[in-house]
Ligand binder design. Structure first.
Ligand code: KIV
Length: 275
């Protein structure tokens, strides 16, 4: 979907109403974004998962506002026409509402994103969302197995399995919609709960490890393309980039060692430059 500013928010709602599934994938730099923009994808998410898949951290907690702005702006350069959501990293919206608003705005002004996403559904998150939306920044919510809560959850564990947790997530989804989110990511929750939430709200729900009955799906670029060492059970791999890349690199090494590369046609550039 080509970016047409705020009309996109209406388009996403219309897609839900019409039963057209929304496709979202993460991207973290200009070259990935260029490939995503050339595909049929509706939304690019500059996820703080970049901490794990790009920067090699164990979880997302060390990702900074600086990281998010750098990568979001790079994605925008690679995909000038795409609808881009940038994640608000850990502690960028937890400490004060003023910081939350300033950081959300920075992802729009410096990061060139169209919208931001933040995790959690408690009363303080609802207030942060209300205030960020009041600064004219569209907000996507994210509840369930929220990766920034990994220490409190005691690991990456499916959420919403007990009747109490089920009710709490359902209530939070409705409250976040009331607070003003335009879209809600549901991560790592039972399929039946995701179905109930999707029926209870008018905004589109986007699932990741939340089953079939949601309005769209999101996956991490590296996971869906087979370019990752961690492969969660809910991922379907549509390519094996690790294998393709290693085999291309080995082809290059073999030809360098055999002398097949560079051939005559590959040598002209530095020679003509130096002549
Ligand atoms: O950071 C991320 O990539 C995300 C998605 C997995 C939803 O938040």
């Amino acid at each position: 979907m080509k970016n047409n500013n705020q009309q996109n928010l209406h388009a996403f709602r219309k897609m839900k109403a019409e039963g057209t599934k929304i496709c979202m994938v993460t991207a973290y730099d200009a070259s990935m974004a260029r490939c995503v923009a050339a595909s049929d994808m509706d939304i690019i998410l500059v996820g703080d998962s970049l901490g794990m898949v790009v920067l090699g951290y164990e979880n997302t907690l060390q990702v900074t506002m600086g990281d998010m702005i750098t990568h979001s702006a790079a994605v925008r350069r690679g995909a000038p026409q795409s609808f881009v959501i940038a994640d608000m990293p850990y502690l960028s919206y937890h400490l004060s509402l003023d910081e939350a608003k300033a950081n959300a705005a920075a992802l729009i002004t410096a990061g060139k994103a169209d919208a931001v996403k933040l995790e959690g559904g408690t009363a303080s998150r609802q207030e942060a969302i209300r205030q960020i939306v009041d600064c004219e920044v569209p907000v996507c919510g994210h509840i369930g197995l929220t990766p920034q809560s990994v220490y409190r959850f005691g690991g990456f564990r499916v959420q919403g399995k007990t009747p109490e947790a089920h009710e709490q997530l359902l209530r939070q989804a409705v409250a976040l919609e009331k607070a003003g989110i335009f879209m809600l990511v549901l991560e790592g929750i039972p399929e039946e709960l995701a179905r109930e939430i999707t029926a209870a709200v008018k905004i589109p729900t986007i699932g990741i490890g939340a089953g079939r009955y949601v309005d769209g799906q999101v996956l991490v670029y590296h996971d869906l393309l087979g370019h990752s060492t961690l492969m969660p059970k809910f991922v379907k791999q549509y390519a094996n980039l690790d294998q393709t890349i290693t085999s291309a690199l080995n082809g290059y090494c073999a030809e360098v060692r055999s002398g097949a590369f560079p051939a005559a046609e590959h040598t002209y550039y530095p020679i003509t430059e130096q002549e």
